[in-house]
Structures are given as structure tokens and as C-alpha cells.
Write a protein that binds this ligand. Structure first.
Ligand code: GDP
Length: 215
């Protein structure tokens, strides 16, 4: 399959997000979870800049992806959370993340968690927040190549028990799980074009989020 991926822009506020109606899938996760590396592996080229310093990117990086036979979509790489140790991830979310999820329209996200660290409080908090804020969300466990067979079975069991949701194991290094993750992304993207947004219980408008962040 031919994949064409281009970096569109780094968004700082709601005005910078795509407006052409193409499906968007947001990728959310702790800093250093392997988000940029995974994006590069998914599109099979180096469009996303990876970094060794956690918490460096405070912008939402937007990539437009075109694949043979599939409608164009955007992958939206939101700033990593969890860089301030011990803090609640939802308080840690950047303004740009809140603005992104505060928009009207159908919104889908994939939460990335590190397969080696199941059950981190900040990941659980982010998952609860996402479930209340977006129309559809899935979870992928990154860096699965780092675990032995036994560790992997234990970690996947623990992850699914913590999140009460299926978790897709992936490795950007070996390529494991990438086809399955594309299927998840396609499912989310197709729902995007066919379902009306459901009512959200606590989706915040950007103005509210901004006010909250100041307090
Ligand atoms: P981000 O902050 O979430 O964008 O994380 P990066 O993509 O910059 O990755 C953080 C670190 O994890 C880097 O040192 C990567 O080489 C490493 N990493 C990312 N994905 C994988 C993976 O699938 N397997 C392994 N073993 N390491 C990974």
C-alpha cells in the first residue's frame, strides 16, 4: 500500500486545526510514550520529529495522510502529558489539547500507553477524561517489543483490566500491530463520516478550558 504523509502545521489554538471535513484521529499519551516514533512507523517515513527530552513539544502537530483507496485523514499528535511527576494528567493537559477536544463535530482519539507501565494513574485519568470528552476512543500499548513473552501476557492482562477496554499491542521498532492499528484508525475515521456526534457529558468549550487553566 502506498502511503503519502505530510506535515501540515503545528497548532497552537483552535483556529489552526483542519477545517476541510477530512477525518481526524487524535493521538494522546504521556511524554516519551513513543507517539512520534509510532506516527513515523505508521506512515513509513520520518514526518514526526522524535525527541529524547520528555515534554518538549507543547504544540499539536498535524499530519495529513493519503493512502491508496482510502479517504485522506489527519493524524493529530497532541502534546504529551505526565511530564510533571505525580500530577493528575487531566490538569496536565495543555490548552491546545483542551481546545482540540472542545471543538464541535465528531472527535476520535487513540490513547497510547507504554506497555511496560500498565496502570499509571496519569494514563487512567487521561482515559477517563477522553471517554467523557470524545465520541470514540481506543487504546494501544507501545514498545511491546521490550517485553518478554511472559511479561507481555501479564502486561496486556493488566492493561485491559485497568482500562476495561481492549488494548492493541504495537511496536514501532518491529512493526508488530501496525496493520491492526491502521484498522482501528480506519474504523474511527469511517465512524467519523457516518455518525452524528453524541452528546458529551463534560466536554469543555475552549473558553471554559482557558478560564480553568488560569485558575
Ligand atoms: P514521544 O515523546 O511520545 O513522541 O516519544 P518518541 O517517539 O520520541 O519516543 C520516545 C523514546 O522511545 C525514543 O527513545 C524511542 O526510540 C523509543 N521508542 C519509541 N517507540 C518504540 C518502540 O516501539 N520500541 C522501542 N523499543 N522503543 C521505542
Amino acid at each position: 500500500m502506498r502511503i503519502d504523509a505530510t506535515f501540515v502545521r503545528s497548532a497552537v489554538s483552535a483556529q489552526d486545526f483542519p477545517r476541510d471535513g477530512a477525518a481526524e484521529i487524535a493521538l494522546v499519551g504521556r511524554s516519551n510514550v513513543g507517539k512520534s516514533t509510532l506516527i513515523n512507523a505508521l506512515v513509513r517515513r520520518r514526518v514526526a520529529r522524535t525527541s529524547a527530552a520528555p515534554g518538549k513539544t507543547r504544540l499539536a502537530n498535524i499530519y495529513r495522510v493519503v493512502r491508496d483507496g482510502a479517504a485522506p485523514l489527519y493524524l493529530v499528535d497532541l502534546p504529551g502529558y505526565g511530564y510533571a511527576r505525580g500530577r493528575d494528567a487531566t490538569r496536565d493537559l495543555d490548552e491546545v489539547t483542551r481546545a482540540y477536544f472542545g471543538r464541535v463535530g465528531w472527535i476520535a482519539a487513540v490513547l497510547l500507553v507504554d506497555a511496560r507501565h500498565p496502570g499509571l494513574e496519569s494514563d487512567s485519568a487521561a482515559w477517563h477524561w477522553l471517554r467523557e470528552s470524545v465520541d470514540d476512543a481506543h487504546i494501544a500499548a507501545t514498545k511491546i517489543d521490550k517485553l518478554s513473552r511472559g511479561e507481555r501476557i501479564r502486561a496486556m492482562r493488566e492493561l485491559e483490566s485497568v482500562f476495561q477496554h481492549p488494548v492493541a499491542p504495537v511496536s514501532a521498532f518491529t512493526g508488530e500491530g501496525l496493520d491492526e492499528l491502521w484498522k482501528v484508525i480506519d474504523r474511527l475515521a469511517n465512524n467519523n463520516s457516518s455518525s452524528p456526534p453524541r452528546r458529551r457529558r463534560s466536554r469543555q468549550r475552549p473558553e471554559t478550558a482557558r478560564r480553568r487553566l488560569k485558575n
